[in-house]
Design a protein around this ligand. Structure first.
Ligand SMILES: NC(=O)c1ccc[n+]([C@@H]2O[C@H](COP(=O)([O-])OP(=O)(O)OC[C@H]3O[C@@H](n4cnc5c(N)ncnc54)[C@H](OP(=O)(O)O)[C@@H]3O)[C@@H](O)[C@H]2O)c1
Length: 177
């Protein structure tokens, strides 16, 4: 916080569920929350069994679970579990690290809306109620990736993108990490 020049953080996450360690990390994060140093605490790359273990003696429930999520890895079961647990889903690598941008169905939908493939993927994500965090070092991409609130995908288009799932990860699997 000193380096960032901030008095508090809005959100602080455990990056990966390291076996035997994350319960201790969570206790430390609860302490930071109680001190008012962080406004919300959450987890990343946690599967349901990691969350169940965390909740065994947690005083504060995770506000967010951030995990890899894009049309080729739509994570329906984990999203359903988080919804049941009232944990907000945040999807990382939403563009599949760029690999989903060439998908033909996504590009056809993009053409219909006069939007880019990236905008269609990000719109699909937010229409599912998911927080999305695309990365770009290109200023034009940063601006256009934020410009997704002036169009809506139809139920049919949403379903078309839903069917692209291949359970295909680009990042590590939390079970092997
Ligand atoms: N919690 C975790 O364990 C975890 C793991 C991985 C990632 N993350 C987070 O997720 C965020 C994003 O993930 P990511 O970087 O892996 O993948 P991503 O956002 O799916 O894809 C990034 C790639 O897409 C390109 N891109 C972005 N917008 C574009 C556009 N409009 N048109 C064309 N290309 C575009 C970028 O290139 P340009 O720069 O050229 O635009 C970059 O090569 C990161 O900031 C990271 O913090 C979290």
């Amino acid at each position: 916080m000193k380096t960032l020049g901030l008095d508090y953080l809005d959100l602080y996450l455990i990056h990966w569920p390291v076996t035997g360690k994350f319960k201790y990390s969570w206790r430390a994060m609860e302490h930071l929350y109680q001190q008012g140093k962080v406004r919300a605490i959450g987890v990343s790359n946690f599967n349901p069994h990691h969350i169940e273990t965390l909740l065994e003696d947690a005083k504060i429930r995770p506000a967010i679970n951030q995990f890899e999520l894009h049309p080729l890895l739509s994570q329906v079961p984990l999203r359903a579990y988080c919804a049941e647990q009232n944990i907000q889903v945040e999807g990382y690598s939403p563009l599949g690290t760029g690999k989903v941008l060439t998908n033909s169905s996504v590009n056809e939908i993009a053409k219909m809306h006069d939007k880019t493939a990236a905008q269609v993927i990000l719109r699909w994500t937010v229409q599912h109620g998911i927080i999305t965090i695309p990365r770009s070092i290109n200023p034009e991409h940063v601006v256009s990736n934020a410009n997704i609130f002036d169009f809506e995908l139809s139920a049919y288009e949403m379903e078309q993108i839903d069917t692209l799932n291949e359970d295909k990860r680009n990042n590590s699997d939390p079970e092997d990490f």
